[in-house]
Design a binder for this molecule. Structure first.
Ligand SMILES: Cc1cc2nc3c(=O)[nH]c(=O)nc-3n(C[C@H](O)[C@H](O)[C@H](O)COP(=O)(O)OP(=O)(O)OC[C@H]3O[C@@H](n4cnc5c(N)ncnc54)[C@H](O)[C@@H]3O)c2cc1C
Length: 294
């Protein structure tokens, strides 16, 4: 690979990585799986003079503590797929991992890299946003926690400071009355960047009344977005096919897609409405199954 020269650091602990990041700040990049960064360095989109490798920093732990699932930023997609607690509590995140590239990339690519890369089409972000994930950034001056939805500021842009490293992603465990569905639309079934991706999550009571709703969408705006007015139109209402049709139209009105090599603006608008409808119906069905099986 033809690249600019750089110094390679492989700190033996996360604390050392944080010190190195504060010393080299703008001139440095951390590398996790390298599936995005190395291509961008090869293409000379970025040319860090210091590369800080996180491989020895034990940042890949996945655990539950005090009702919160904590995923280390370097957890790979394969690790997420193999984790039975994620299967139980956050299945839509696993669906997104399953539809992501192929096994070799899934073994290397990390959750943190997918977030910090800040692609509007990042597949793991809509499920995380629908599950109300927050993130913790660490710098030598201390930690900063924020909702994931507040992290992104534009394509490839975020609020991360040059001396910060994403340490972990936290997701509160949800009541059993909550179900979610991830859907990805790409030019082909696998190895495709999303034209539209989304996650719908619903909590409902025994009379089919929606008590909480999330609709998070990717590849339809400069950043991943929540369809807030569509969500508001669901809460407090008894779910019906008519309501879902109306809500899907609202979601379409909330997005600001562009035309690019993968899809036209018009196609994204149309498919967002179709996919929000499908995701809500699928989630409703899951809810019903949970109730009859439970
Ligand atoms: C063939 C192929 C297929 C792909 N398919 C998909 C797909 O289907 N869906 C999808 O969403 N993406 C896809 N991608 C993109 C990529 O694999 C993902 O974005 C991946 O999750 C990035 O993780 P990584 O660990 O490789 O990140 P890296 O390449 O190591 O890093 C990416 C960026 O994040 C920064 N970074 C990484 N970890 C941290 C941290 N802890 N703190 C601060 N900054 C950090 C790096 O400095 C860099 O700027 C694909 C890529 C390839 C090459």
């Amino acid at each position: 690979m033809d690249m600019e020269e750089f110094n390679y650091l492989a700190p033996e602990s996360f604390d050392q990585a944080v010190v190195a990041k504060s010393q080299h700040a703008e001139k440095s990049r951390v590398i996790a799986g390298g599936t995005d960064l190395l291509l961008r360095m090869r293409d000379k989109v970025v040319a860090p003079s210091v590369l800080i490798d996180l491989r020895h920093t034990s940042l890949d732990k996945i655990l539950i503590s005090n009702g919160v699932m904590i995923l280390g930023a370097s957890a790979s997609l394969s690790q997420i797929l193999e984790n039975s607690e994620i299967t139980q509590h956050f299945p839509a995140l696993q669906t997104a991992c399953r539809e992501f590239a192929g096994p070799p990339i899934r073994n290397r690519a990390t959750l943190g890299g997918n977030i910090v890369n800040a692609s509007p089409a990042a597949d793991l972000v809509p499920p995380l946003m629908a599950y109300d994930a927050s993130i913790v950034l660490r710098a030598s001056g201390g930690d900063r926690a924020l909702p994931l939805a507040e992290f992104f500021t534009g394509p490839g842009q975020s609020v991360i400071a040059p001396d910060e490293i994403l340490m972990e992603i936290q997701i509160p465990l949800l009541p059993a009355s909550s179900a979610a569905t991830f859907i990805k639309l790409g030019q082909r079934r696998s190895m495709a960047i999303s034209q539209v991706n989304l996650t719908a999550r619903l909590s409902m009571n025994n009379s089919d009344c929606v008590t909480d709703a999330r609709i998070a969408l990717g590849a339809v705006a400069p950043t991943p977005v929540r369809a807030h007015s569509a969500e508001d139109a669901l809460v407090g209402e008894k779910l019906s096919e008519d309501l879902i049709r109306m809500v899907a139209k609202k979601a379409r009105e909330e997005i600001t897609p562009i035309s690019d090599v993968r899809a036209s603006l018009e196609y994204r608008l149309e498919m967002t409405e179709v996919l929000v409808r499908r995701a809500l119906i699928a989630t409703w069905k899951k809810q019903r199954r949970t109730k009859t099986s439970g």
